[in-house]
Write a protein that binds this ligand. Structure first.
Ligand code: AMP
Length: 603
């Protein structure tokens, strides 16, 4: 049997982990990093770039590059690139394929199966889209795990107190998940979950970009994709800068356009107040569920890259004054958890006793006749949200009309009163004997498994006729029969060879900087890029390539620093000259990072 890996398929970054030598280990990518940007870019030569090179190309080749597609998993959204159409699960499949290849190289053995984490609040169709993405990448995905549950597993392994109830606040690039976790002995129980599928770090980037544009008399939406990309990148950088110092200068340099603004935490809060307000609702809901269950929440564990924002931590402190707020390595917790789960799934001796119970985040029900308004069917709950998985619930319904020929069970997911306000997952139609209304009945059984896959059984009570349907497809999901065809198509598209990733990353980095700079600095960037390409493709001298690589990296980093910096006291020309001097030392990684730099979850 091939190895099982855990994958945190994130909106912004994805990671892979594996259970090895009694612990969860992160798997490095060809750059030696654990975070692989969830970005895909298509080259004219048929090569598909994934990760860092693709992220760089978001700016230099915006029409051929995509990111944040996880947000649209399970929807009908289609991306058109190079005249071809791609669904979010196909784009995710490229990321998964990259992680799989990295894992195979790292482990030196084939990887055929993965446990993939998804936001707890992902609906049924989005979960199926993730499974399909795995299949498209050649991975068997038997188990999908909720991100906060994965984070809880990682927290548990990290030597938390024996019995404890805590809140996991997971704010990533595109989603917010809040869950209440109760740990007792070896059992990790998810008590309640809530969240927002459309709230994450990228929303803050957009708010900052919008504010910057308003202040400079620009309208963000009407700018070219390339300029939007440049401004969003600067916004993201400024936002991240605020986790290190209280005030940063957001500087945008794009061709002839130059602008700068001072951003502080206070300003960030002011311009993104609606986002903070949206954060409160799921927290309140989960805290209330905890009170109802008479559980005392001792702490809130922050995970997800966006929890690095001091403003977020400040806001949570304000909302949860009685809980201790801890942020343990927010970027890696979910991935570590998937690695732990991969170990459980492999039934490894040192971990097999851990039991994780999960819950159904949404209510699942059916539409029923509304005698007050025949046009608006009502939602009748069959499996209530927060029911422990796997679960099976039965309900009986009777005919609503005289001599009706059949009964239609419409399957809905959601909390809305009217069925139409919820997500329609599918329908089952069964024939019933003709009879006056109310005389014929059907028994409906919903079974929801640990992966969040729903099976609906319907039985006509008078005739014993049975129907079963596994709700697998919806408009937002690729049908199983189509998957094989798409796998073959994707197989034909080759990812760029791993050995070349680093060089391609550098080239793409240069292309982006070229787009962002002007004058002499731009010219210098062009020259360096041209020279690097020459050494790489014409001279092909390994020693020279390595030397050139190290120099060009330092040069680009210095250009980055220049763009970051307000440029006070420096002008582009000086910089271009200055960088011809000796190499600049790489910055030392921060304390927190060093703790984790060997990619292991220790306890
Ligand atoms: P994740 O999906 O957990 O990888 O989180 C990615 C999000 O975290 C992105 O929106 C990043 O911009 C954001 N992020 C990463 N580092 C920081 C930081 N230092 N300060 C603020 N946001 C950050």
């Amino acid at each position: 049997m091939g190895k099982i890996i855990g994958i945190d398929l994130g909106t912004t970054n994805s990671l892979a982990a594996v259970w090895k030598d009694g612990e969860s280990c992160l798997i490095p990518n060809p750059f030696g990093e654990y975070l692989t940007p969830s970005a895909v870019s298509f080259g004219d030569d048929g090569i598909v770039y994934v990760g860092r090179p693709a992220k760089e190309r978001l700016i230099s080749h915006p029409d051929k590059s995509v990111s944040i597609f996880k947000r649209y998993m399970g929807t009908e959204k289609v991306y058109e690139i190079n005249g071809k159409q791609y669904r979010p699960e196909e784009l995710s499949a490229f990321v998964l394929k990259r992680l799989r290849e990295d894992a195979q190289r790292y482990l030196g053995e084939p990887v055929e199966e993965a446990v993939i984490s998804v936001p707890a609040y992902f609906n049924d169709m989005a979960r199926k889209a993730v499974k399909n993405a795995g299949e498209l990448a050649g991975l068997k995905v038997e188990r999908i795990i909720n991100e906060p549950s994965a984070a809880a597993l990682a927290c548990r392994r990290q030597g938390m107190k024996e019995d404890e109830t805590f809140l996991v606040f997971d704010l990533g690039g595109g989603t917010l998940d809040v869950s209440l976790v109760d740990c007792f002995d070896n059992i990790i129980e998810i008590i309640a979950v809530s969240g927002d599928n459309h709230l994450g770090g990228s929303d803050f980037d957009r708010e900052i970009a919008g504010w910057f544009c308003r202040e400079h008399g620009l309208e963000f939406e009407s700018l070219s994709m390339q300029r939007q990309g440049v401004i969003l990148e600067s916004a993201c950088r400024a936002k991240c800068g605020l986790s290190k110092k209280g005030s940063v200068c957001m500087k945008v340099t794009d061709g002839e356009f130059q602008g700068q603004m001072e951003l502080t935490n206070k300003k960030l809060i002011e311009i993104s107040l609606p986002l903070f307000q949206r954060m409160a609702a799921p927290v309140k809901r989960v805290v209330n569920d905890g009170r109802e269950a008479m559980l005392e929440i001792s702490k809130a564990v922050l995970v997800g890259g966006s929890c690095r924002m001091p403003a977020v931590r400040q806001y949570l402190r304000h909302m949860l004054p009685d809980s201790k707020i801890t942020a343990m390595n927010p970027d890696y917790m979910v991935a570590f958890g998937t690695g732990v789960y991969a170990g459980i799934k492999e039934r490894k001796e040192d971990i097999k006793d851990v039991l994780l119970t999960d819950i159904c985040p949404f209510t699942l029900g059916t539409g029923i006749f509304n005698k007050n308004d025949e046009k608006r069917t009502l939602m009748s709950a069959i499996i209530e949200r927060n029911s422990v998985l796997p679960c099976s619930k039965t309900a009986r319904f009777q005919t609503a009309g005289d001599y009706q020929e059949h009964v239609v069970i419409d399957v809905y997911q959601g909390e809305e009163y009217y069925a139409a306000g919820n997500i329609h997952l599918g329908e089952i139609k069964v024939g019933v004997p003709l009879a006056p209304k109310g005389q014929e009945t059907v028994t409906v059984c919903y079974t929801y498994d640990i992966n969040g896959i729903l099976i609906v059984d319907v039985e006509v009570d008078s005739t014993g006729e049975k129907r079963r349907q596994v709700i697998t497809t919806g408009e937002g999901v690729i049908a199983p029969e189509e998957i094989k065809k798409r796998v073959e198509e994707l197989e034909k598209m080759k990812l760029s060879p791993a050995g070349q990733e680093e060089n391609q990353g550098i080239l793409a980095w240069g292309e982006r900087l070229f787009a962002q700079t002007t004058g002499a600095l731009r010219e210098e960037t062009r020259k360096r890029l041209e020279y690097f390409q020459h050494v790489l493709h014409v001279e092909q001298d390994r020693y020279k390539v390595e030397k050139c690589k190290s120099r060009i990296r330092n040069f680009f980093q210095s250009v980055e620093d220049y763009l970051d910096d307000a440029g006070v006291g420096r002008n582009p020309e000086d910089i271009a000259l200055w960088f011809q001097e000796d190499d600049v030392e790489d910055e030392e990684p921060g304390e927190e990072y060093q703790l984790w730099s060997d990619g292991r979850l220790t306890h």
